[in-house]
Ligand binder design. Sequence first.
Ligand code: 1QQ
Length: 376
Amino acid sequence: WSSATLALVFAASVTGCGGSQPAAPASPEAGAPAKIGVVSYLTGGGAAYGEAIKQGLELARDEINTQGKVKIELIFEDSKGDKNEAINATNKLIHKDNVIGIIGPTLSGEMFAVGPIATQAGVSIMGTSTTAEGITDIGDYVFRNALPESLAIPHAVKKAQEKLGLKKVAVMYSNNNDWAVSGFKTFEQAIKDNGLETVAVETFADKDTDFSAQLTKIATLKPDAIMIAGLYQEAALILKKAREVGITVPIVGNNGFNSPQLIKAGGAAAEGVVVASPWFPGKNDEKVKQFVAAYQAKYNKEPDQFAAQAYDALYIMAAGLEKAGTTTDRKKLRDSLANVKDFPGVTGKFAFDAKRNPAMDVTILVVKDGQFTELK
Ligand code: 1QQ
């Protein structure tokens, strides 16, 4: 393929997308790997999420390629957590790299921006960490193996109430992050369903660094807990400030809290944080133990939830590719992915439901001695 031919193919597929959904135009020589694009938050304030995702995917890719049933080439693009970067990355992967499918992007807000593009082009896109309400409503090509927060948060709130005897709570969320806004609404509903009283709702924005006004106000209202929807960068600063202004009550977080980076940055202030996750590395399961050992051998650290879900996602893609029997037919891949059932992943037994959302189990975790441990 000369670059001139590639440019022509690119132009043809860009101009030719008026509703039709062409297969990936490349016709690779026999035995060529299936090209999977990855859009991930690899640099910037949330890079620990994307880095974990990248590592989980690379470990899975190496194992899958060694097993040899299908061969996968991953093409990584950095979205920097930015919707426009995610859009550019997605267009490049679809029209220039001619990928058969995409994994990512990392943030729900990014998926709301790029899901329609992938759907229009007829390219399956699977979020491994996109947990907001409504993700798969974007279109028939949008999948996720990320545990939706509509399933996770109610468990966390219920368990926290049972274990910690909560009556009144305060809520904080980032109001310029689509996922955190969705998380706030889910918290609100769960608070209501559990008969709790909300004494304050305070907002902040991604990249904020000063939370003293909100927390000083919350401190005077003496809630039994604070529920927070935010990414680890802001969440860690909120935890520290809360302890500083004398708030010692437990904090319940949403999916942003599932990165060990929260504990690293929050230090002692992260103790007692409660969060729901489909992943627990201490699980007594052969598959989990093998994954944890292989990850540790490769990266010299324990895999987190984001790595585990990405690892499972690539195996799910591989299962879809194998059943579809193609490395280029995007529609066939979509249809075979939609039928993935009974997949045994490290985050549990996995299947897509009719809306391409996962059905999976939830564990409630609490930070104890600087580690996520199971809250039983
Ligand atoms: C989302 C999330 C974030 C925490 C991913 C890093 O769950 O944006 O949906």
